[in-house]
Design a protein. Structure first.
Length: 73
C-alpha cells in the first residue's frame, strides 16, 4: 500500500534536573510558562530559548510520547 500523504504530530515529555542555563534562556522559559505560550522556532521570538532547547533536548531523552494522526490519504 502506498500512502500519498501522512501528517503526524508527535509530542514527547523530557524531564531534566540540576541543569545549568544562561539567565536569558531561563527568563524566556519562565515567561513562556507564565503566559501559557509555546517556544516555537518558526516565530523567532525567544531565539535563545529555542537554540538552547534544540541543543539540549532531543526525542531520545523522552520519558513518554504520543502521536496524533493529523491526516492520511
Amino acid at each position: 500500500m502506498i500512502v500519498k500523504d501522512l501528517k503526524v504530530t508527535v509530542t514527547y515529555t523530557v524531564g531534566l534536573g540540576n541543569i545549568d542555563m544562561p539567565e536569558e534562556v531561563y527568563e524566556q522559559l519562565v515567561e513562556a510558562n507564565e503566559n501559557g505560550s509555546k517556544i516555537d522556532p518558526t516565530l523567532m521570538i525567544d531565539e535563545e530559548a529555542e537554540e538552547w532547547i534544540s541543543a539540549k533536548i532531543s526525542e531520545r531523552d523522552c520519558m513518554e510520547w504520543e502521536a496524533e494522526i493529523d491526516d492520511i490519504s
